[in-house]
Design a protein around this ligand. Structure first.
Ligand SMILES: NC(=O)c1ccc[n+]([C@@H]2O[C@H](COP(=O)([O-])OP(=O)(O)OC[C@H]3O[C@@H](n4cnc5c(N)ncnc54)[C@H](O)[C@@H]3O)[C@@H](O)[C@H]2O)c1
Length: 308
């Protein structure tokens, strides 16, 4: 049985690579004819980049597993799993979920790529709402493996298990979000760091460049292979308990100093933007994104060689 990809923009194209690279037959549908016409070329280009870093072997067999469909029904009928990646708007998510609901067999699970809309906001009135959940990737999913699997209150636990195992089988690293929460896990963690980064920048404690440097030359080096709990467990001779006893009061005091959530206001954004555009002019942003993806590929290639 195949996997269906619905919506083949930036993220849907990435998912297509994830599934086809893992040996799955993929049937995809996009409402835009342009997108349907261009997707295979787009995927080929990305696969060529991956090949240059030894992250895939032969490209043609991967492309041969991808079928671009002219209708939604021909993509999803008979699928064992559907990954939906239409734009991030509640009415669109509701409409596509309703259409999918009418086309799917009883066991098929639908994972939405939504970055922040809980599954309960677009599945409540579906007869088979128990088969729908969120499977939120990071872009591009074929280079960044984590996927947040987040059920609605009515999602069948068996559907969660199926989504977790599909993701594992295709080489992703799924995490289970046990109940719905705004921003899921990843963006909540990122949000805490951004909140403090903006505040330190606004209050003039450091430049944007130096705040970025603190992450890329400091915290971030460990973060590609361990998370915050393991980090602190290893950072005190007696492990996490000793770390918490010695440094807990410092972190508590830092937390207590930030009690006023503030919006990212225009003047502040302008100040950060000016610093960023000095570092990378607007016209060079696309090249810089390509540079980021090549760095990610080099890191993925390095991680692939590690035994644990
Ligand atoms: N861009 C990111 O970095 C990122 C990361 C993680 C998750 N997401 C999520 O992934 C989803 C897709 O985002 P994207 O950046 O790929 O958007 P996108 O605009 O690049 O692609 C969306 C695609 O869906 C197609 N589409 C629209 N309506 C459709 C329909 N009814 N049926 C089939 N196809 C339809 C569009 O033609 C388009 O090709 C969103 O929910 C977004 O929040 C995005």
């Amino acid at each position: 049985m195949h996997i269906a990809v619905v919506g083949a923009g930036l993220v849907g194209a990435g998912w297509t690579i994830v599934f086809a690279r893992a040996g799955e037959m993929v049937r995809l549908f996009d409402a835009s004819k342009d997108a349907r016409d261009n997707i295979l070329n787009d995927v080929r280009g990305r696969l060529e980049d991956l090949k240059s870093f030894d992250l895939v072997d032969d490209i043609d067999p991967i492309l041969d597993r991808i079928v671009v469909c002219e209708t939604l029904s021909s993509a999803v009928e008979g699928a064992r799993y559907v990954q939906e990646s239409v734009p991030e708007r509640v009415p669109l998510k509701q409409e596509i979920s309703k259409q999918l609901s009418g086309l799917l067999s009883g066991d098929t699970v639908v994972g939405s790529s939504t970055s922040g809309i809980p599954a309960s906001a677009f599945t409540e009135n579906l007869p088979n709402r128990a088969r729908f959940l969120v499977a939120h990737p990071v872009n591009p999913p074929y280079l960044v493996p984590v996927v947040e699997v987040a059920p609605a209150p009515w999602t069948d636990p068996d559907a969660v298990e199926i989504a977790m195992s599909v993701m594992t089988e295709v080489g992703q690293s799924p995490i289970r979000v046990r109940r719905e929460i705004e921003g899921f896990i990843l963006n909540r963690l990122q949000g805490v760091l951004l909140r403090e980064a903006w505040a330190l920048f606004e209050e003039g404690y450091a430049s944007a460049e130096d705040i970025d440097k603190t992450v890329k030359e400091g915290l971030g080096l460990r973060w590609s292979f361990m998370g915050p709990f393991e980090t602190i467990d290893l950072n005190a001779p007696g492990g996490i308990r000793e770390y918490a006893e010695v440094l807990g009061p410092l972190y508590h005091s830092i937390d207590a100093s930030r009690t006023d959530p503030r919006p990212w206001h225009d003047a502040l954004i302008g100040k950060a933007e000016a610093e960023r555009r000095d570092a990378v002019p607007a016209a060079a942003l696309e090249e810089r994104r390509n540079w980021r993806d090549r760095r990610l590929m080099a890191l993925a290639a390095h991680k692939k060689q590690q035994t644990e």
